[in-house]
Design a protein around this ligand. Structure first.
Ligand SMILES: *Cc1c(COP(=O)(O)O)cnc(C)c1O
Length: 375
C-alpha cells in the first residue's frame, strides 16, 4: 500500500499502528493481465507486441502491471519517468516513447536508457540531427494517415524517412501510424489507403494496430501491434462486443463497503440536490466511494453496482466521498457488506457506458488516495 510513508501517525502515541483506512481499495489482477496479453498474441500470432502502459499503465500502476505483462516484446508509453521505472524494475527490452521526445535534453535520457522513440515532426528530426548520441537509436517514424494529430503527411513521409535515415545516430526505422476509428463504424480503410500511398516504396517493419485493430483487423498487424485497453480487460468495442466475447478478463476491481443504511419513506429523497425520490418505502445503502476516489460524478441513478455480489443500482448524485445504492434486491445487506464499483463481476465497460464515458477514463481517474493491492 502506497500511502503510509507520508503520514505522520508515528508522531502520536494514541494512534494505533497501522492507521485504519477507509474500506475502499483497488485490486490489480496480475494473472488477468498476462491472460489478456495472450489474447493479443492469439489474434496477432506473427506480430511482436508493444504492451501500452501509458498513463501509469492505464491507472493500474507501472509497478503493478509489469509482473503481469513482462512476457511482452516491448512496452509503449509517453512519460520518461515511467520508462525509467521499467528499467529500474529490471526490464531490459524495448521501450517505445509513443509521442517521442519533446526537448533536446530529453535525448540524453533516451540515449542513457536505450529507449525507442517515435518521430512525428520536423522539429524532432532537427533535434536528432543536432544530438550527440552514445548509442544508435531505434525510431518509429509516424505518418499522419488521417487522424490529424501527429505525424508526417503521406506526401511528405518518404522525404522524412530519407532524412531520418541520413542521421548517423539512427539505426532501425519502423513505419508507424495510429487509427482514429478502428473501434467504430468508419473503420480503418481510409487510413490504410493513405498509409499505403505514403509508405508504398519505403522499406521497414510496420506498426499500426491499437487494441481494436489487433482484435478486428488482421490486415493491420504488420511486425508490431500496440494493444493498450484490451490488456486491461476492457473491450475496445464497448458494450457492442463485450470484453468476455473477446475472452478478455478484468484486471482492476474497485471495491469498498456499505458504511450506512437508511430506511426511507415514499417521497424521501437521496443525496445532494434531492434528484432521486423514492416512490415506495425502501432501504438505501451508503457506499464509501465518491468522485474524489475517481468514481464518475456524472454517473446517473441506475448505474450498475454490486452489493454482496448482487447487482443493483446507484441512486441520486455521487458525492465527493460517498454514493448511494438501492438495497431492494439485497435485503440481507448490512453495514460492512462488500460493494463492487467495477471489475470482477461487473464490467467496467457497463459502468463507463452508464456514465457516458469509456473504461479508459475510469481506469486512469482512480485517485491516489485509493490503496492499490496487486494479486
Ligand atoms: C494509446 C495508444 C495505443 C493503444 O491504444 P488502445 O486503444 O488502448 O489499444 C496504441 N498506439 C498509440 C500511439 C497510442 O497512443
Amino acid at each position: 500500500m502506497r500511502y503510509a510513508a507520508s503520514l505522520s501517525w508515528r508522531a502520536s502515541p494514541l494512534i494505533l499502528y497501522p492507521p485504519m483506512p477507509r474500506p475502499i481499495k483497488v485490486s490489480i489482477h496480475t494473472a488477468a493481465l498476462a491472460h489478456n496479453l495472450d489474447v493479443a498474441r492469439r489474434h496477432a500470432p506473427n506480430a511482436k507486441v508493444w504492451a501500452v502502459v501509458k498513463a501509469n499503465a492505464y491507472g493500474h500502476g507501472i509497478d503493478n502491471a509489469f509482473p503481469g505483462l513482462r512476457d511482452t516484446d516491448g512496452f509503449g508509453l509517453l512519460d520518461l519517468d515511467e520508462a525509467v521505472r521499467l528499467r529500474e524494475l529490471g526490464w531490459a527490452g524495448p521501450i517505445l516513447l509513443l509521442e517521442g521526445f519533446f526537448k533536446p535534453e530529453d535525448l540524453a535520457i533516451v540515449d542513457e536508457y536505450g529507449l525507442t522513440t517515435t518521430v512525428h515532426s520536423d522539429e524532432q528530426l532537427r533535434m536528432l540531427e543536432m544530438a550527440r548520441l552514445k548509442k544508435p537509436l531505434n525510431v518509429q517514424l509516424k505518418m499522419n494517415s488521417g487522424m490529424n494529430r501527429l505525424g508526417f503527411s503521406p506526401e511528405r513521409y518518404r522525404a522524412a524517412w530519407e532524412r531520418a535515415r541520413a542521421i548517423p545516430g539512427v539505426s532501425q526505422i519502423v513505419l508507424m501510424t495510429h487509427f482514429s476509428d478502428a473501434d467504430g463504424p468508419r473503420g480503418i480503410q481510409y487510413q490504410m489507403e493513405a498509409f499505403e500511398r505514403g509508405a508504398r516504396d519505403v522499406p521497414g517493419e510496420r506498426s499500426l494496430a491499437n487494441s481494436a485493430a489487433t482484435l478486428c483487423y488482421p490486415e493491420t498487424h504488420g511486425a508490431w501491434v500496440r494493444p493498450g485497453i484490451m490488456l486491461y480487460g476492457s473491450s475496445p468495442k464497448g458494450l457492442e462486443v463485450p470484453a468476455a466475447t473477446f475472452d478478455l478478463q478484468p484486471t482492476m476491481t474497485l471495491e469498498t463497503e456499505l458504511i450506512g443504511i437508511q430506511e426511507i419513506p415514499a417521497g424521501g429523497t437521496v443525496g445532494y440536490g434531492s434528484i432521486f425520490a423514492a416512490e415506495t418505502p425502501m432501504r438505501v445503502g451508503t457506499v464509501a466511494c465518491g468522485y474524489a476516489d475517481g468514481y464518475p460524478r456524472v454517473a446517473p441513478t441506475g448505474t450498475p453496482i454490486l452489493v454482496d455480489g448482487v447487482r443493483t443500482r446507484t441512486l441520486g448524485r455521487v458525492s465527493m466521498d460517498m454514493l448511494s445504492v438501492d438495497l431492494t434486491p439485497v435485503p440481507q445487506a448490512r453495514v460492512g457488506s462488500s460493494v463492487t464499483l467495477w471489475g470482477r463481476g461487473l464490467s467496467i465497460d457497463e459502468v463507463a457506458a452508464s456514465a457516458g464515458t469509456l473504461a479508459y477514463e475510469l481506469m486512469c481517474a482512480v485517485a491516489r488516495r485509493v490503496p492499490v493491492h496487486a494479486n
